[in-house]
Ligand binder design. Structure first.
Ligand SMILES: Cc1cc2nc3c(=O)[nH]c(=O)nc-3n(C[C@H](O)[C@H](O)[C@H](O)COP(=O)(O)OP(=O)(O)OC[C@H]3O[C@@H](n4cnc5c(N)ncnc54)[C@H](O)[C@@H]3O)c2cc1C
Length: 463
């Protein structure tokens, strides 16, 4: 069994955490011949050499000036040419990179190499002529080989043993894989970043109050549903013929067009044929697992740019401009697409939530029964930060933020939440934000209208 693992070096010099899990999963397959492949600058060679000590039989670095500045489609193009040359039975990718956060390269690569695909793998259940996996969206999913899987954070990458040997790294360039340079790197990338802004959109002026004021603030806030958020884009003229896949992106679509058609959530080939025939000016998708995966496949089939996780759209009647959080939410990037139709996944709100939301952070990890009781008493729905989820305090489907859900209830109460930008992007459109935290310097207070400076447990009985 030949397994190719695609690996990216993160900005911190370390292996992208999802890729680390993909590598470990490949190393755990009995009798597998594992090849690791990375696209990056020449200095990536030392990083790959270090990784050969863990057990890969072969390591390949794809490096060429022509590859620089590649978006997800241009990355998938180059990786696919290399993968075809290696011809593995299986390709393992991490679910996404921490920097890009798009989860597009895996599905796009599967299309480009013509492999079947399973994304968001939590466990490999069996492997033979086909691979059966437990995934984040389905109990078991089966794919015939050759197949590509994208792996969630499911394991810990092994450390090298003292006796382990360093292997060698083969250097491949655009000629080695017979790449068309016009389809590589920045030149071959259909999406372009026009400008970036510091992400300050959720910031508010916080008034510190006593616990006794909380009930009144909640009641008053339930009636004013205004959203206090700084906006960047503005639609001057609307676009003609915009398609949305499923009804979830409707509120986004309405900001850029009055001519909206809802497509059924069906397979990628059917949607591709409709797009080819109808030629809409834009296609918008939701940001659930199915939508992100299918949008990436359609983009790869049609060689279209795809902008992920847009939080705002604007149009001048001819062109769609997309805004999305980047670099883990610290900046907002303004993006255009050079191909038509423009395709984007948008961060849709979870509409089916109660008016009051209580999010439990890691700070209240030992007080979950009290948090649940408090939420219950005020008729609130419960959410969680990623740190609370990663530590198994609450389940993933409750996670709010960049890699979780987006919510905008009239009242959002953050308890034991520090206020990382990754969390903020998932709740910043809420009506009134109230934070309970004993640390006055916690960033959450910069994004809250009201703050209570206290340990939750100390005030729980008064609430
Ligand atoms: C690519 C990427 C994506 C991410 N996506 C998400 C995401 O979608 N959602 C998300 O939430 N995070 C996400 N994160 C993680 C994020 O960066 C933070 O690490 C996380 O949000 C912190 O969680 P926390 O606030 O619960 O914990 P901490 O940062 O540990 O904060 C705990 C807070 O609790 C306070 N506290 C302590 N004791 C008490 C008490 N008794 N009562 C009240 N308060 C108390 C402390 O003062 C502290 O401010 C992501 C990170 C990365 C790199």
């Amino acid at each position: 069994m030949n397994i190719l693992v695609c690996i990216r070096q993160g900005r911190d010099g370390e292996i992208n955490p999802f890729d680390a899990c993909a590598y470990e999963a490949a190393l755990q397959i009995p009798n597998a011949e594992v090849t690791i492949l990375s696209m990056g600058p020449e200095k990536t060679k030392d990083f790959l050499l270090g990784l050969t000590r863990l057990g890969a039989q072969r390591a390949i670095l794809l490096t060429d000036k022509a590859f620089a500045g590649a978006d997800t489609l241009a990355t998938a193009y180059a990786l696919a040419l290399a993968a075809k040359k290696i011809n593995p039975d299986l390709i393992f990718c991490g679910r996404q990179t921490l920097e890009g956060d798009t989860a597009q390269v895996g599905p796009m690569l599967a299309v480009k190499v013509g492999y079947s695909l399973i994304t968001n793998v939590l466990e490999i259940v069996s492997l033979g002529d086909s691979i059966t996996c437990k995934t984040r969206y389905k109990e078991t999913e089966v794919a015939h080989l050759p197949a590509l899987i994208t792996v969630e954070r499911i394991n810990q990458l092994r450390r090298p043993s003292i006796r382990s040997r360093i292997g060698t790294v083969e250097i491949w360039n655009s000629d080695t894989i017979l790449a068309d340079k016009n389809r590589c790197g920045l030149t071959g990338s259909p999406t372009r970043v026009i400008k970036t802004y510091e992400n300050e959109s959720g910031k508010r002026k916080c008034t510190f109050v006593s616990p006794a004021d909380l009930q009144k603030i909640i009641q008053d806030s339930l009636h004013k549903k205004e959203i206090k958020i700084k906006t960047y884009g503005e639609t001057f003229d609307k676009l003609k013929k915009v398609f949305i896949v499923g009804s979830e992106p409707m509120s986004f679509a309405k900001t850029i067009s009055d001519d909206i058609t809802v497509l059924e959530k069906t397979d990628e080939n059917t949607i591709t044929e409709i797009i080819k025939k109808e030629r809409p000016s834009a296609v918008l998708w939701a940001s659930d697992i199915w939508s992100k995966r299918t949008a990436a496949k359609v983009a790869a089939i049609l060689d279209l740019g795809l902008c992920a996780d847009c939080t705002m759209l604007e149009s001048d009647g001819k062109k769609l401009i997309m805004y999305r959080p980047a670099l883990s939410g610290s900046i907002i990037a303004k993006i255009e697409s050079l191909t038509a139709p423009t395709m984007a996944t948008v961060r849709t709100n979870d509409e089916n939530i109660k008016d009051i939301f209580v999010t439990a952070g890691y700070g209240v990890k030992d007080s979950l029964p009290q948090i649940k009781d408090f939420a219950n008493k005020i008729g609130a729905e419960l959410g969680a930060t990623r740190k609370a989820v990663d530590n198994n305090i609450l389940p993933y489907d409750m996670q709010i933020g960049l890699t979780g859900k987006t919510v905008s209830p009239p009242v959002y109460i953050a308890i034991g939440v520090s206020g990382a930008v990754h969390h903020i992007v998932g709740m910043q459109r809420s009506g009134t934000v109230i934070a309970i935290n004993p640390d006055r310097d916690a960033p959450i207070f910069e994004y809250a209208d009201y703050g209570i400076l206290a340990n939750f447990e100390d005030i729980y009985k008064q609430l």
